[in-house]
Design a protein around this ligand. Structure first.
Ligand SMILES: NC(=O)C1=CN([C@@H]2O[C@H](COP(=O)(O)OP(=O)(O)OC[C@H]3O[C@@H](n4cnc5c(N)ncnc54)[C@H](OP(=O)(O)O)[C@@H]3O)[C@@H](O)[C@H]2O)C=CC1
Ligand SMILES: CCCCCCCCCCCCCCCC(=O)[C@@H](N)CO
Length: 325
């Protein structure tokens, strides 16, 4: 059921769901919740030990343990052409059928100031994992779902492809230069595909992008090791959430049939303020809120840029401050 009792537009019972980044954090939480709703689950990530551990928990969460099936595939989403192999293995395991739902969650972040020595290397790596990791997977699965031999009818139950971005793809913050563009790129790809999918009326596929804010995960601990102090300070405006909360709000958005899925109050404001040519969840509400957001931004941007300037004043030139610590 959707939140307001509407028809559930993301039924998962008996469906096979492939989740990249499913061994930890938000991806693992989503896998557990989808298993509890009766889905067969394929976890994809690199570390086999963590995949095995996660799979035990995903199995234990199953709604009908005897009917549901679970497996994992180890793969590095940053590797060129990884996804064709992963999808082939998933199809072989799934009695010759492609997964019904693919959720790209695998991602990483190395925040730092743009003038730091490693920022471009970090940027390329973030692009490879976050953008190309999802881009390659989307192409591999769409080539299967959209193939003429898999045509059904416009009324058939749709397949679902889900990308995981960040609120930073809607509102940019100092210090996330190596990361933010990879998530904006994902949004650009998704909007393009949302229109392109209309070329295949007999192969219905629904596309969604989730925009989480801070999630308390191992990945978050890792990114905090390189995160500039000013970034830490500014992002306190958006309270951290557990991976379980983010996963369940994401699934609620999927069940309501949303395209751009924000999972927090500020995230929803940011979503309405940055819609461009994206498909809308609700034309009337999204438009009305979208008219308000520039007024909020007038104050928020003054405050945030003011904080950044005050930080510079208190701490001195960032390159000099770095050398003296
Ligand atoms: N944490 C946060 O504050 C936020 C996170 N996000 C996004 O949400 C998603 C989940 O984040 P979070 O739960 O924190 O992530 P975590 O770092 O906790 O977990 C990442 C998962 O992705 C896998 N992964 C990472 N790199 C690769 C790779 N190259 N190839 C295959 N799998 C990989 C990891 O397994 P393994 O290492 O074994 O491969 C792990 O399963 C990411 O896309 C992230 O960018 C968005 C907003 C905020
Ligand atoms: C109208 C709206 C007002 C906006 C107020 C702005 C408040 C700033 C919130 C910044 C939050 C940043 C979260 C980063 C999550 C992320 O993606 C990374 N942790 C991953 O590396």
């Amino acid at each position: 059921m959707g939140l307001f009792g509407g028809k559930n537009q993301f039924p998962v019972e008996g469906k096979t769901i492939l989740i990249t980044g499913g061994s930890e954090g938000m991806g693992r939480a989503a896998a557990l919740q989808l298993s509890a709703k009766g889905a067969n689950i394929i976890l994809v990530s690199r570390n086999v030990g963590r995949l095995e551990e996660a799979l035990v928990d995903v199995k234990a969460a199953a709604k009908s343990p005897s009917a549901q099936r679970f497996t994992y595939i180890s793969a590095d989403v940053a590797e060129h052409d990884y996804a064709a192999r992963v999808i082939a293995e998933a199809i072989a395991w799934n009695s010759g059928n492609a997964p019904d739902i693919v959720w790209c969650v695998a991602g990483m972040s190395t925040p730092m100031l743009w003038t730091e020595d490693d920022s471009l290397t970090a940027s390329r790596r973030n692009m490879d994992v976050n953008y190309f990791g999802s881009a390659e997977m989307s192409r591999a699965i769409l080539k299967k779902w959209l193939a003429p031999e898999n045509s059904t009818s416009p009324k058939a139950e749709p397949k679902h492809l889900v990308f995981t971005a960040s609120v930073l793809a809607l509102f940019s913050v100092v210090g996330y230069g190596p990361y933010t563009p990879s998530k904006w790129a994902l949004r650009g790809l998704a909007d393009t595909l949302a229109m392109e999918l209309n070329l295949y009326p007999d192969n219905p596929v629904k596309l969604h992008i989730v925009y989480p804010a801070t999630i308390v995960t191992a990945g978050f601990d890792r990114e905090n090791q390189t995160k500039p102090a000013i970034t830490l300070e500014l992002e306190k405006e958006e309270p951290p959430e557990t991976p379980e909360t983010v996963a369940s709000r994401s699934i609620a958005g999927l069940e309501k049939g949303e395209y751009n899925i924000a999972v927090s109050f500020l995230g929803n404001l940011m979503r309405c303020g940055a819609q461009g040519g994206s498909p809308r969840n609700n034309w009337v509400l999204d438009t009305l809120i979208g008219w308000l957001v520039p007024i909020i931004y007038f104050f928020v941007l003054r405050m945030m840029n003011g904080s950044v300037r005050a930080w510079a004043k208190a701490n001195g030139h960032p390159m000099k401050a770095k050398k003296s610590t």
